[in-house]
Design a protein around this ligand. Structure first.
Ligand SMILES: [Zn+2]
Length: 120
């Protein structure tokens, strides 16, 4: 058996996690908001304005967006791998990724061993 060792229940849960995280990123990224602005948004903007401290805030948001864009891309790829049935397989060495690692980072592409090689 070369199939993924993940059972259906775990796979379903991870897919939910991926979809929810994708939703969070999409709704958090201003400017590409899929839904029309609501009263709720207006009250949030008030909160943001109170916390904002000039250019720093803009800088932080730009940085966040770059990270979010990367995660978003990884989430899309993970969902595609789920469709193909190759989810949970390390992109680099082809070994199964530990379920605990997938639960922590559902959109990860590589196993912990390869990840450690990358950052070494
Ligand atoms: Zn690997």
């Amino acid at each position: 058996m070369t199939e993924s060792a993940l059972d259906d229940a775990l796979l379903t849960r991870l897919k939910d996690d991926l979809l929810r995280k994708r939703g969070e990123i999409l709704s958090a990224s201003t400017g590409t908001r899929p839904l029309p602005a609501s009263m709720d948004v207006n009250s949030r903007q008030g909160d943001l304005a109170d916390q904002a401290s000039g250019n720093n805030e803009v800088h932080i948001q730009l940085k966040l967006k770059q990270t979010d864009a990367k995660i978003l891309q990884a989430i899309e790829e993970a969902l595609q791998r789920m469709e193909k049935g190759t989810y949970g397989i390390c992109r680099d060495c082809g070994d199964p990724i530990a379920p605990a690692r997938l639960e922590a980072i559902p959109w990860t592409r590589v196993c912990i061993t390869c990840k450690q090689k990358q950052s070494a």
